[in-house]
Design a protein around this ligand. Structure first.
Ligand SMILES: [Zn+2]
Length: 107
């Protein structure tokens, strides 16, 4: 368990800029951030038998990729508020680091 935390964040054009407590900076494209939304509606839920159920995913439009605001959740996550009203995704810091670190488009 890492104790890395976000010190500061800024929305610059199409990027979310995160400043970590160790001095690192992360740049995450908002589109990528939205497409990796971890909430149950976007990423699906696993039932007791281990089957993944993906609900009806909201149709994405340009407003879906507009980040209006970010709210810290405890000391472990950030909750983005998107232009289309979606705000149920809680992005843990580990996920944010992963979105920044990986260039692969395998999602
Ligand atoms: Zn979502």
């Amino acid at each position: 368990m890492s104790d890395l935390a976000v010190n500061n964040y800024e929305i610059i054009n199409e990027f979310l800029t995160l400043k970590w407590t160790n001095g690192d900076e992360s740049y995450i494209p908002l589109k990528k951030l939205r497409e990796n939304c971890p909430c149950a509606m976007c990423s699906g839920e696993t039932d007791a038998l281990g089957n993944l159920h993906k609900g009806l995913q909201p149709a994405l439009n340009p407003a879906s990729y507009q980040l209006l605001n970010l709210r810290p959740v405890g000391y472990y996550a950030l909750q983005p508020f998107w232009g289309d009203g979606h705000n149920t995704g809680i992005y843990r810091f580990e996920l944010l680091r992963k979105l920044e670190d990986s260039d692969s488009e395998d999602q």
